[in-house]
Every structure is written in structure tokens, then in C-alpha cells.
Write a protein that binds this ligand. Structure first.
Ligand code: NAD
Length: 359
């Protein structure tokens, strides 16, 4: 409708000298933070999200409400909807696409493998097709994942390492996405930057991630499960605070070159990059639990279990020197500080002190 078009155009309008960015997965955890940061500095931002029920859709709606208060219009739609994408690129000359929509999480693949293919492979191709045909072609920055390092055991993980042993369907679809990015860059001159995020956490985070459901279960007095390997060591993650990830996303966007193709044809070689965005300091999950115990003032009931073969790897650890060199990426929030901010948000969002009996 004309009203809808007007809202899209208005939301996409940047301050002079700024970008016009389409953010997919805008109602998601990372997408909502990135959209807000872009809007605050003066970029025009249009969000797109299908609001699927992989986790509590009311959390996605709450993020959307906040975004709309900050002047970011979020369209409800799927990245597989070619007509919708074409329409969007017809009415707005987006300079950039920040592609964060995906089926995230590794364990859910056992229940719903098709959703990984739908969003992370078919959806990615649908989006690249729309970008290829757009005039001008936007530069693309998209979320890959540290999970592409899979069962490789050489740490820290560097972008030059092999990524040929995915441990989950999720990892395999992110790896496939990196290969697909290569072909769209090679054939059509799309400028594409992939970001391998390492376990992102923080306020407005994802309820399917351990730090989030540990907090929930510990507050309810329920037991939590901590996995350990055959060497009795607990799983370790390079937990990276959301504000650091946002800075990395903006750094990648700001150093992205223009695409060199037009009308579906490439003119000359376009930029193709992939960066680790991590924290460079892996923390065992047992330590995560002990920090949460202090912050929540609750003693955790811990079940120690052997690591099942369901897609999780033993550890992740980023080498971030490439991102540091290209755009000065430097994470500054340690796990203790970041979890404090998460816990403050959690208690406030779920009104724990006021409504203790009602949840
Ligand atoms: P999220 O699930 O909170 O956000 C993804 C959003 O995309 C959701 O709001 C979802 O509704 C939307 N979406 C999914 N499929 C869609 C589709 N087909 N069409 C339109 N919208 C769709 O996840 P997140 O943690 O914000 O992750 C953002 C990106 O970063 C994802 O690509 C994820 O794979 C990647 N990533 C995240 C982490 C992490 O620790 N959070 C780590 C590595 C990679």
C-alpha cells in the first residue's frame, strides 16, 4: 500500500553522508542491537524479520517496539519472499545489506533440519539474487559463525584455518553460505563480508542460549546441565559481549567496498572477506555458572553430563588480528561485566522483584 511504501522510504532515509541499510533478522538479538546502533549514528535502516517461533516471539515483538520507537520500521516478511525483496530494492536504493536473519542454534537441527535449509541456504540465495539484480547493488555484510571451525582442534581459530569438519547441520549451512558468497562475488561482483561471531551474549539475548536459560532455571531453583569432555574439562566458549559484536559489525560495514556489478553482470573483481568476531578469551561453562551464582545470589544445582554428539564442540577461541587490522576491532567487555549487564536486563525485563510469584 502507499502507506507502507511511505513508511519504508522514510525509515530508509539517512542523514546526509550516511548509509541506507536493509537489516534482515532485525527483530533478532544481534539484529535489533545493530539496527539501533546504525539508526543512532544517522544511517537509514529498514528491518525485515519473519518473527518465527523458534523462541518466544513476544521477545521479538518487544525488540520491534523498541526499534520502532527509535525510528526503524521492521517489515514482517521472509527472506525467501522474492517479490517482497524485489519491491524493497525497487523503492529504496539501499547502499548496504546487513544480513542477520538465520536459523540459529545447533541442537534444534535434530527437530527441524528443514528450517536451516530454508533460512540459511535457500534464504541466503534468495537474498543474494535480490542484491545481484538491484540497481545499485548493495554491499553485503552477513553473519556466518564460529561453528564453521567444527572439529578442528587448533586454537585459536584463524580465518586461514580449514573449515571442512562441521559438527552440526547449522555449521554446515553456515559453511555452505560462505561458499555461496564466493560464487555471488565471483560471478556477479557483489561485495560480501562474512562475520564469524563467537557465542554472542547480552541484554535482549536469545532464550535458547545457555547463559540465558541457566539464569532462568537457577532463579527457579531448577537444576542445570553442564557438559564435559572425556578429559573431565567442561565445554569452553569465547563468549563475546553484544556491544563488542555491534562495533565489529559497524567496522565491517564501514570498510566494505562498493559492489562492482550492475544489472546482474560484474564489471571487475569485488571485495570478498571473512572475519572472526570473538573475544579472544575462552571461558569454561563451569566458570560462567559460578559468575551467574554470584550475580544472582543463587547456588546452582549442577548436573555434569558427558558431551553428547549433537553438534556442540568442546571449545571455541577466536584469533581476531585480521578484524583488528582492517577496522580496529577490539572487544572491551569481559564476561563478568557483560553478564552483570545481562542479569540487570533480565531481572528488569521479567520484573523479577515485583512479580516473583507470577512467573
Ligand atoms: P536470532 O534468532 O535472535 O535472530 C535471527 C532473526 O532472524 C530472528 O528474529 C528470526 O525471526 C529471523 N529470521 C529467521 N529466519 C528468517 C527468514 N527466513 N526470514 C526472515 N527472518 C528470519 O539470532 P541472533 O543471535 O541475533 O543471530 C543473528 C545472526 O548471527 C544469525 O545469522 C546467527 O546464525 C548468527 N550467529 C549468532 C551467534 C550468537 O551467539 N548469537 C553466533 C554465531 C552466529
Amino acid at each position: 500500500s502507499p502507506q507502507w511504501e511511505k513508511r519504508v522510504k522514510y525509515s530508509a532515509r539517512p542523514r546526509s553522508g550516511h548509509f541506507s541499510v536493509l537489516v534482515t533478522g532485525a527483530a533478532g538479538f544481534v539484529g535489533s542491537h545493530v539496527s539501533t546502533a546504525l539508526r543512532r549514528r544517522g544511517d537509514g535502516v529498514v528491518g525485515l524479520d519473519n518473527f518465527n517461533a523458534y523462541y518466544d516471539p513476544s521477545l521479538k515483538r518487544a525488540r520491534q517496539t523498541l526499534l520502532e520507537q527509535n525510528g526503524v520500521f521492521v517489515i514482517e516478511g521472509d527472506i525467501n519472499d522474492n517479490h517482497l525483496l524485489k519491491k524493497l530494492f525497487d523503492i529504496v536504493a539501499f547502499t548496504h545489506v546487513m544480513h542477520l536473519a538465520a536459523q540459529a542454534g545447533v541442537r534444534y537441527a535434530m527437530k527441524n533440519p528443514g528450517s536451516y535449509v530454508h533460512s540459511n541456504i535457500a534464504g541466503l540465495v534468495s537474498l543474494f539474487e535480490a542484491c545481484k539484480s538491484a540497481n545499485p547493488q548493495p554491499s553485503i555484510v552477513w553473519a556466518s559463525s564460529s561453528s564453521v571451525y567444527g572439529l578442528n582442534s587448533k586454537v585459536p581459530f584463524s580465518e586461514k584455518d580449514q573449515t571442512d569438519q562441521p559438527a552440526s547441520l547449522y555449521a554446515a549451512t553456515k559453511k555452505a553460505g560462505e561458499e555461496i558468497a564466493h560464487t555471488y562475488n565471483h560471478i556477479y561482483g557483489l561485495s560480501i563480508t562474512g562475520l564469524r561471531f563467537f557465542t554472542v551474549y547480552g541484554p535482549w539475548g536469545r532464550p535458547d542460549m545457555a547463559y540465558f536459560f541457566f539464569t532462568k532455571d537457577m532463579l527457579k531453583g531448577k537444576p542445570i546441565s553442564v557438559f564435559q569432555g572425556s578429559n573431565n574439562k567442561s565445554v569452553a566458549r569465547d563468549f563475546t559481549y553484544i556491544d563488542d559484536i555491534v562495533k565489529g559489525c559497524l567496522g565491517a560495514l564501514d570498510t566494505a567496498e562498493k559492489s562492482t556489478g550492475s544489472g546482474g553482470k560484474k564489471k571487475k573483481d569485488a571485495q570478498l572477506r571473512v572475519f572472526n568476531l570473538g573475544n579472544t578469551s575462552p571461558v569454561p561453562v563451569t566458570k560462567l555458572v559460578s559468575i551467574l551464582e554470584k550475580l544472582l545470589k543463587v547456588k546452582a544445582k549442577i548436573n555434569v553430563l558427558p558431551l553428547p554428539r549433537n553438534g556442540d564442540v568442546m571449545f571455541t577461541h577466536a584469533n581476531i588480528s585480521y578484524a583488528r587490522k582492517e577496522f580496529g576491532y577490539k572487544p572491551t567487555t569481559d564476561l563478568q561485566m557483560g553478564l552483570q549487564k545481562f542479569v540487570n536486563w533480565y531481572l528488569d525485563y521479567y520484573s523479577i522483584s515485583e512479580k516473583k510469584n507470577s512467573w
